[in-house]
Write a protein that binds this ligand. Structure first.
Ligand code: ADP
Ligand code: MG
Length: 556
C-alpha cells in the first residue's frame, strides 16, 4: 500500500467548504448575493435556531434551467466569470463559483428553481446528490440549508449561541438591505417576521428604520457625479458621531466593502468637525467603473483596493466637503483651552485601563473640605495624604463616575434600582431591539427592569438611580452599539461588563453641582474605591497644587 493517497472529491470539497463557510451568516450572505445577481426584487430569508437548524432563502430572480441547476451545485461552476481577468471586475456579487457547492458539502441542501412554471428540485446531503425531480414553482429560486455543519462537528462546536447567531444575521440582512434599497427584504426568525423592508422606502426612510431615528434627523444628503465616479447617500452630522465604526455603511457598486483608503478619506473630510476619538456615521453608495477596482480574491474578505487611489480619494473628499458646505450650518470646531499655568495631576500615570492595585491616596481619616464651587471641591492636601502639601482640587463629577462604575462592576445581581410609578416605553430600531433581547440579562444587571412590549418596543419599569429618564434612550442605543461589537468575540464576559458599566456610569458625570453634605459623602466613599485617583476612563479625579506652585502663581 502506498502511504500517500489521493483525497476523495468529497473530502476535498469539505475542506474547501470549511474555508469559505464559517457560520450561518456566511451562508446567508452567499445565498442572498446570488439572489441579487439573479435580479431578484424580493428576497426572503428564514432562519431557525440561529440558522443552524434551517436557513431558507427565497427569491423571485431569474431562476435556472434544469441543466444549470445541476451545474450550479458543482465546484467552480459559475455563470459569472468567463475569463481570469473577470476576477478583477466587481460587477456581480459572486464570482468564484463555489459557494453553492461549499454550502452543499457541509449541510443538507435542497435547491428548487424554475425559469417558467415547472422547475427542478435537487436534494443533496453532505455534497452527494440524493434526489432530483420536477417541481412546480413560480420563476425564481429557493435554497434550503438544513442541519448546517452536521457532518463537520468541529465547526459546529465552535458556533455561538442561537441568539448571538440570529443577532449577527440581523445585522447582515440590514447591511444587505441598505446596499440594495430597491429590493424588498424580509427576515423571518423562528417563524416570526422580524424585519420587512419594502422597496418603496426612500434611502432616507430605510436609514431611519435600520440605522435609527437619530441618524435620520441629523443627516444630510450627498449626491455627486463626476467623470465616472458617483457618490450618493447620507452623511451623519458631526454631533452624532460615535465612539466606534458600527454606524458606517459603505457600498461600492452595490456591495458592502471594507476599504481603508476610503474610510480614511471620509473621516478626513469631516476634518476638525470631529474630535479624535469619534467616528462619523454614514450610508454611502459609491459607483466606480469596474476597471478601477481590484477585488481581493480571498474568499471571505470584502476588502478592495483601488486603482488611481489618489484621484478617487480626492474626488470623494471634494464631494463630501461640498455636501457639507451646501447643507450644513458651519460646525464649530471644539477646542479645549488649557489654563496658562498647569496644575500637576496626582503622581499616578494616566492609563486607559484603570489598574486595581493602585496605591490609595487616602492616609488620613477625615478629608478637610475648604470650599466648594459647583462640582469642584477644594481640599486640604495633607488631610488626604502627607505627600500632598498645599491644596487638592477634586472634580466631584469624576468621583461620582468612579464610584458608580465600581458599583456596576460588582458582580452581585441586585443593583440599586429606582422603580418607576409610571413605566415608560422606548422604541428602538430592529437591530437595537435584537441586541437588547439577546443581552437583556446583561443590561438588566446594570440596574434596569425592562420588559419587551412589542416588536421594537420596550417598557422601562426601573432604572439605575443615577440616571434621568431622558438618558435612557441614548444610553440603550449606545449599549446596543457596544454589544454589536462584542458579537463573535470569544472570552468577552469581563470586557463586555466593563464596557457596559463604563458607558452607563458616564452618565453620572451629567450631574453638574453638589452640596457640601454630598461632597463629604462622596469623598468618604472614594476612600474604598478601586482607584480613587482616576476616573474609569483614566482621567485624574483630582489635581495637586503644591505650596511651591501656589507661590509661583503669585510670583513672590
Ligand atoms: P457564483 O455566485 O460565484 O457564480 P455560486 O456557487 O454561488 O457561484 O453559484 C453558482 C451559479 O449558480 C451562479 O453562477 C448562478 O449562475 C447560479 N445561481 C446560484 N444561485 C442562484 C439564484 N438564486 N438564482 C439564479 N441562479 C443562481
Ligand atoms: Mg455566489
Amino acid at each position: 500500500m502506498p502511504s500517500i493517497q489521493l483525497l476523495s472529491e468529497e473530502t476535498i470539497n469539505q475542506i474547501a467548504a470549511g474555508e469559505v463557510i464559517e457560520n450561518p451568516a456566511c451562508v446567508i450572505k452567499e445565498l442572498v448575493e446570488n439572489s441579487l445577481d439573479a435580479g431578484a426584487t424580493k428576497i426572503t430569508v428564514e432562519i431557525s435556531e440561529g440558522g443552524l437548524k434551517l436557513i431558507r432563502v427565497i427569491d423571485n430572480g431569474s431562476g435556472m434551467e434544469a441543466e444549470d441547476a445541476r451545474l450550479s451545485l458543482q465546484r467552480h461552476a459559475t455563470s459569472k466569470m468567463r475569463h481570469f481577468k473577470d476576477l478583477f471586475k466587481l460587477t456581480t456579487m459572486g464570482f468564484r463559483g463555489e459557494a453553492l457547492a461549499a454550502i452543499g458539502a457541509v449541510s443538507k441542501l435542497t435547491l428548487t428553481t424554475s425559469v417558467t412554471k415547472v422547475g427542478i428540485k435537487i436534494e443533496m446531503e453532505g455534497g452527494t446528490l440524493k434526489s432530483e425531480r420536477a417541481a412546480g414553482r413560480a420563476r425564481g429560486t429557493t435554497v434550503e440549508v438544513s442541519q448546517l455543519f452536521y457532518n463537520v462537528p468541529a465547526r459546529k462546536k465552535f458556533q455561538k449561541s442561537a441568539a448571538a447567531l440570529s443577532a449577527e444575521i440581523f445585522r447582515l440582512v440590514t447591511q444587505l438591505a441598505l446596499g440594495s434599497p430597491s429590493v424588498h427584504f424580509e427576515l423571518i426568525t423562528n417563524g416570526r417576521k422580524s424585519l420587512s423592508i419594502p422597496p418603496s422606502l426612500s434611502l432616507h426612510q430605510c436609514a431611519e428604520m435600520l440605522i435609527g431615528a437619530e441618524f435620520a434627523t441629523h443627516c444630510f444628503s450627498i449626491d455627486f457625479k463626476e467623470g465616472g465616479l458617483e457618490l450618493a447617500g447620507l452623511l451623519g452630522s458631526p454631533q452624532i458621531a460615535r465612539p466606534n465604526r458600527l454606524g458606517q455603511y459603505l457600498f461600492l457598486n452595490g456591495r458592502a466593502i471594507y476599504c481603508a483608503t476610503l474610510n480614511f478619506a471620509i473621516r478626513d473630510a469631516y476634518g476638525t468637525r470631529l474630535d479624535d476619538k469619534r467616528h462619523p456615521v454614514y450610508l454611502l453608495h459609491l459607483q466606480l467603473p469596474t476597471d478601477l477596482v481590484d477585488v481581493n480574491v480571498h474568499p471571505q474578505k470584502r476588502e478592495v483596493r483601488l486603482r488611481d487611489e489618489r484621484l478617487i480619494k480626492q474626488r470623494v473628499q471634494e464631494a463630501i466637503a461640498s455636501a457639507f458646505n451646501a447643507s450644513a450650518p458651519p460646525a464649530k470646531s471644539v477646542s479645549f483651552e488649557r489654563p496658562d499655568f498647569s496644575f500637576s495631576a496626582l503622581p499616578f500615570s494616566l492609563r486607559e485601563e484603570p489598574s486595581f492595585s493602585m496605591e490609595l491616596p487616602f492616609q488620613q481619616d477625615e478629608t478637610r473640605i475648604l470650599g466648594l464651587f459647583v462640582s469642584y471641591l477644594l481640599v486640604e492636601g495633607a488631610s488626604v495624604s502627607s505627600q500632598y502639601d498645599g491644596l487638592l482640587l477634586v472634580d466631584l463629577r469624576l468621583v461620582r463616575f468612579r464610584l458608580i462604575y465600581d458599583q456596576l462592576m460588582q458582580s452581585s445581581s441586585n443593583k440599586e434600582k429606582q422603580g418607576l410609578l409610571l413605566p415608560f416605553t422606548i422604541d428602538c430600531t430592529p437591530v437595537e431591539a435584537a441586541m437588547m433581547l439577546t443581552h437583556l440579562d446583561a443590561i438588566e444587571s446594570l440596574g434596569f427592569i425592562i420588559r419587551p412590549a412589542g416588536k421594537e418596543l420596550f417598557l422601562i419599569e426601573a432604572l439605575p438611580p443615577f440616571l434621568q429618564m431622558e438618558d435612557v434612550k441614548p444610553l440603550l442605543g449606545e449599549l446596543s452599539q457596544l454589544l454589536q461589537e462584542f458579537i463573535g468575540k470569544s472570552d468577552i464576559e469581563e470586557r463586555r461588563r466593563s464596557a457596559l458599566a463604563l458607558a452607563t456610569a458616564r452618565f453620572a458625570k451629567n450631574r453638574q453641582s453638589f452640596n457640601v453634605e454630598e461632597a463629604r459623602e462622596l469623598m468618604r466613599a472614594l476612600r474604598t474605591s478601586s482607584d480613587p485617583a482616576h476616573s474609569p476612563q483614566g482621567h485624574p479625579t483630582m489635581v495637586h497644587l503644591s505650596r511651591d506652585e501656589l507661590q509661583k502663581l503669585f510670583s513672590n
